[in-house]
Design a protein around this ligand. Structure first.
Ligand code: GYE
Length: 304
């Protein structure tokens, strides 16, 4: 479908949309791919002047960035909200200033849904459910699991945990421990080191809320003299290139995809919102999942 509203062909100076994008930070491979996708879609050639801010995973910094976009009088604001809570005030300020807000990737918990125009994201709960269903199918004997959670209070960490519980319901899996690794490799490594010290080789299964934490955990598992993928089976979410490589190599056992290439869809929604057209309140982008065999097949064409 035609993305640009109005003005066939033109694209003169007056049509340029200034958009402030408040990104979470640069915690993971997924985030790098998402940032690239957003920068590509919100390019000058596509009629945008993008003001990009990455908040280093600090919610106060992200809120401050949104305030500064409001003060600059941008045409629209896009936010990938670090956590679900704490957005009411600044979203009201944007609304009062007449600046539409579009959420991408993660979502928020607000009393009044009209505080944002639209959310383009993923079904995090379904991702968790798919991971949990794989675990249920794979483990029919008593199994000890540890969990590396994403950033505390973030939509994907909350929803993936809920989804996993649903998907694995009835399986003989005991959760020994569940702690945040903040979606980073470093975090995953450190927390997994702690798990291994505490529970040693009684751990059979690791569920990491993203590939990067799982990749960090590989170092900890190998250093403890255990073989990842065999002694400890690993299920993660994202399906970024490094994760897919670990899966193809047999170090991971299953990955549920989370598509980071949201830029084009978000840009289309922003153009419509600014033009005053009605848009879907929620757009969910489809995810798939991968076994080691499927990862081997998909790797050569993987874009991120
Ligand atoms: O899974 C993780 C990233 O919000 C879906 O954030 C995103 C998550 C993604 O840091 O790798």
């Amino acid at each position: 479908c035609a993305g640009n509203a109005g003005g066939g062909g033109g694209g003169g100076e007056g049509d340029v949309l200034t958009v402030g994008f408040a990104q979470t930070g640069s915690e993971s491979g997924w985030r790098a791919a998402n940032t690239e996708s957003m920068k590509e879609a919100f390019s000058e050639e596509n009629g945008f002047n993008l003001i990009f801010n990455a908040a280093d995973n600090k919610q106060e910094a992200q809120i401050a960035a949104v305030r500064s976009f409001i003060n600059q009088g941008v045409d629209a604001i896009v936010i990938a909200p670090i956590t679900v809570d704490g957005w009411d005030d600044v979203l009201k300020e944007a609304k009062d200033a007449g600046i539409p807000v579009v959420l991408e990737d993660r979502t928020v918990n607000v009393d009044d849904d009209s505080l944002y125009a639209s959310w383009v994201g993923l079904d995090f709960e379904k991702e968790g459910e798919t991971a949990g269903a794989w675990a249920k199918e794979t483990f029919t004997e008593p199994t000890n699991m540890v969990v590396l959670e994403g950033t505390t209070g973030s939509a994907p960490a909350l929803d993936r945990a809920t989804g996993f519980a649903t998907g694995s319901e009835g399986a003989p899996i005991t959760t020994l421990d569940s702690q945040t690794g903040d979606f980073t490799r470093d975090g995953g490594k450190k927390v997994m080191e702690g798990f291994l010290q505490k529970y040693g080789d009684s751990i059979n299964l690791l569920f990491a809320h993203n590939d990067d934490m799982g990749l960090g955990a590989l170092d900890a598992i190998t250093a403890a003299g255990l073989t990842p993928g065999t002694d400890i089976q690993i299920v993660t979410i994202d399906a970024v290139r490094d994760g897919m490589q670990a899966l193809a190599d047999g170090q991971f056992n299953f990955i549920v995809e989370c598509n980071p290439l949201l830029g084009e869809k978000v840009a289309e929604v922003v153009k419509k919102v600014v033009a005053g057209e009605t848009v879907e309140k929620t757009t969910i982008v489809e995810d798939q999942s991968f076994t080691p065999e499927q990862a081997k097949e998909a790797l050569p064409d993987r874009k991120y």
